[in-house]
Design a protein around this ligand. Structure first.
Ligand code: ZN
Length: 234
């Protein structure tokens, strides 16, 4: 848990000092450039706000898939997934290299969408809250969780994404709204929260997961994700 705060110090400082203001600043600049979808048509401000919010969230779904599928990005995102127990601090365990990459990707998304500075600020604040919520490992009442999950990513849904079983990690990429995974058929929900073993195979030795090792992990030889199966009981 403590390690997560240390790993995130460079990342977190970047995020706070650079990321949110930089994204809002970009949207402010774009008010004079007038580039992007929302500048191409006239519509009530509420409609444009909804379009911005949805598309910003969709772009983060795509970014999350790229973090897993592009080997160069996986090197950095791996650090986040090596956490052996999920809690709110996992939401801060990001390598600063991943943060730098996201500045470019998310900056490009803001321009392409033509999102207003206010919508960028609102989205980023909700994004932070959602990230902390779905990493919190909270066990919600099952029926409530099921209903809530139709709209947003719940801790149970995101917990499956942190599983050691590859096909489970290769699902549930959404950040705020859960329907991006449903639309793209990357959703997987039929696993009990208690059954999940969190982490990445071959990166599960706690003694190895030191602050120094986590910081240099992206620059080392990445170990193959060998097949891990859940031992079914009964
Ligand atoms: Zn991930």
């Amino acid at each position: 848990m403590f390690i997560n705060f240390i790993v995130s110090i460079p990342a977190f400082a970047l995020l706070r000092i650079l990321f949110i203001p930089a994204m809002v600043w970009l949207a402010v600049q774009n008010q004079s450039w007038q580039v992007g979808l929302n500048y191409l048509f006239d519509a009530p401000i509420a409609i444009k706000a909804i379009i911005s919010f949805l598309l910003l969230d969709y772009s983060n779904y795509i970014w999350h898939i790229l973090l897993h599928k592009l080997p160069i990005l996986w090197r950095f995102h791996l650090v986040h997934h090596t956490d052996l127990d999920l809690d709110v601090t996992t939401a801060f365990r990001f390598h600063f290299g991943e943060m730098i990459g996201s500045v470019f990707f998310r900056g490009a998304a803001i321009i392409l969408i033509g999102a207003s500075p206010v919508m960028v600020l609102i989205y980023e604040v909700v994004f932070e809250a959602a990230t902390q919520f779905h990493h919190s490992n909270t066990k919600l009442p099952f029926k409530f969780e099921k209903v809530l999950n139709y709209l947003i990513v719940t801790p149970r849904m995101h917990g499956i994404h942190h599983s050691m079983i590859r096909k489970e990690t290769d699902s549930n990429y959404s950040i705020i709204f859960s329907f991006w995974d449903r639309i793209h058929k990357t959703v997987r929900l039929n696993i009990h929260q208690n059954e999940i073993v969190t982490g990445v195979p071959h990166y599960a030795d706690e003694r190895e997961l030191t602050i120094g090792n986590l910081l240099k992990m992206p620059f080392t030889k990445i170990r193959k994700w060998n097949k891990v199966e859940r031992i079914e009981e009964g």
